[in-house]
Design a protein around this ligand. Structure first.
Ligand code: AHR
Length: 509
């Protein structure tokens, strides 16, 4: 309460003075002074959250796998767990307020795979981000399931995104596998309702998508879509839900729920067809009633470009933000977005442009480089599927009849376009009606080709069996597709082990 009252009294002049002081402090620390070298050498330069605090808009949550967000921070950055013995360990800093010391991760994960299981909040609020509970959180009635236990999400591969920062090696968080997500549904001291809020994250255009939703920021505490204005998160990607966008993207937007907005009307400015770079800083701030502002910058050099500042979309005033912080998914745990994350923070209050410029300068001075991991684009092929259950081809006759293995030859109804994504999943589009095959009712009902685009229900893991056949595992319920009753009944995703009914010959058609 006292802090709130004090922040209301802060004038722009005093904010500018504090920013200047923070800058002078950084310079003073960087210049060795005779006789005090040891003390000075140990002190670190201000981090992004020192700058936000100087500007009167302190960080309410701050995460990074690459560096400290405060000069004084000397705790862990993130937790990893290895597959071999399920042992866990924290990864911390090379020095207080400095960059990560990633060497312990390399030795701990040698010869096995490691998963990032938690990102630690560096603010005193301890708003840590564990793997999202997905549809298993209390009250998550409307949420989308992740591929983890009980519908929870999964963690990122800890070794999958090597980069350097200030010449030291480090790892970012890679959101490539469908259902990778982190969330804190009981965040403390974060903006709620229509309180002003600022957010930034350092991401990359090396891996983006037009699927929903690679987000960082405030979301619903029940992992469910609670209606317009119940989210205030940064979206980064190339989805244009409102239509009318110009260029291929990606763009920085505001995911305000039921829409990722690049302006009040939706579309990006025609003058900015894409916002790209191997490191991209993404910025959103929202005063809760009359303004939201979007910016982007190159994370290695230069300043910020404002892509939008103005009214909130119709139906989003006032904001109704809830105390949850999420990273990597949509507010309802929509799991299909892909992206990269290196650092980011949520602030209390509407940061000034001067503060954001100073944080951008701090990011570029950190020396991010060597983000060279590449991702093959999806491949498309035309295929048919022959069931081992009865030796017949899978038939998708129209958008009202379920898929069934009853055909003795391949024609249009037995032909599918298969999109193979770079994360081991596929989507199938039936040639009979040009609709995508869905595991209807989250897999409770048979497969049917009746969807206009691929989402979670239309996503299947493609498993390769030792005998050369394939099996399909539905993303939503993680169950294997079977040619039910030895092929006499429609295909349905309801099995937990591969037998002959779950095996199909996949052949180019
Ligand atoms: O606003 C876009 C998305 O719509 C949200 O992230 C999600 O909750 C809903 O599906």
């Amino acid at each position: 309460m006292l802090a709130t009252s004090l922040s209301l009294l802060r004038s722009p002049l005093r904010r500018r003075t504090r920013l200047l002081l923070a800058f002078l402090l950084a310079v003073a620390i960087a210049v060795p002074v005779l006789g005090t070298t040891a003390t000075r050498a140990a002190a670190a330069a201000p981090g992004p959250c020192d700058i936000y605090a100087s500007g009167g808009t302190p960080c309410a949550a701050a995460y990074s796998t690459t560096r400290a967000m405060f000069a004084s921070y000397n705790g862990p950055l993130y937790q990893i767990q290895r597959d071999s013995d399920h042992g866990a360990r924290n990864i911390g800093l090379a020095s207080a307020g400095g960059p990560v010391d990633a060497a312990p991760q390399d030795s701990f994960c040698a010869g096995t795979t490691c998963t990032i299981t938690e990102l630690y909040d560096q603010t005193p609020n301890a708003n840590n981000l564990p793997i999202s509970p997905g549809s298993s959180c209390p009250g998550c009635s409307g949420s989308l399931s992740g591929p983890g236990p009980n519908g929870s999400d999964i963690g990122a591969d800890a070794m999958a995104l090597p980069v350097t920062i200030g010449g030291r090696h480090a790892y970012g968080v890679l959101f490539n596998n469908i259902g990778t997500g982190y969330r804190n549904n009981a965040a403390k001291n974060v903006p709620t309702g229509s309180q002003p809020e600022g957010i930034y994250m350092l991401t990359s255009s090396n891996l983006v998508s037009s699927s929903c939703c690679f987000d960082f920021g405030s979301a619903e505490t029940d992992d469910s879509d609670d209606g317009n204005a119940t989210m205030n998160a940064i979206y980064y990607g190339s989805a244009c839900w409102t239509g009318g966008c110009t260029g291929p993207g990606p763009w920085v937007g505001g995911d305000l729920e039921n829409g990722m907005y690049f302006s009040a009307a939706g579309p990006n400015p025609p003058t900015i067809p894409s916002e790209t770079g191997s490191f991209v800083s993404a910025w959103e701030k929202n005063n809760g009633t009359t303004n939201f502002t979007l910016k982007y910058g190159n994370g290695q050099s230069g300043g910020l470009t404002q892509s939008y500042s103005g009214a909130l979309p119709n139906g989003y005033n006032p904001m109704k933000v809830q105390p949850s912080i999420e990273l990597g998914t949509g507010g309802d745990n929509s799991p299909m977005g892909t992206g990269e994350f290196f650092e980011g923070a949520v602030t209390r209050g509407f940061p000034s442009d001067a503060t954001e410029n100073a944080v951008q300068a701090n990011i570029t001075a950190a020396g991010y480089a060597d983000n060279t991991t590449t991702f093959p684009p999806p491949t498309t092929s035309v295929i048919s599927l022959k069931a081992h259950a009865n030796g017949k081809y899978v038939d998708a006759p129209n958008s009202t009849t379920s898929l069934i293995a009853d055909a003795t030859s391949v024609g249009t109804n037995e032909t599918f376009t298969m999109v193979a994504n770079n994360n081991g999943t596929v989507n199938l589009k039936a040639h009979s009606d040009n609709q995508w095959v869905t595991a209807e009712n989250k897999g409770d009902s048979p497969l049917i080709a009746n969807r206009g685009g691929p989402g979670p229900w239309e996503t299947f893991y493609l498993l390769h069996n030792p005998d050369g056949s394939v099996s399909l595992r539905a993303y939503n319920n993680q169950h294997l597709v079977t040619a039910e009753s030895a092929g006499a009944s429609p295909l349905i995703a309801n099995r937990t082990a591969v037998g002959p009914w779950e095996e199909f010959d996949l052949t180019p058609a």
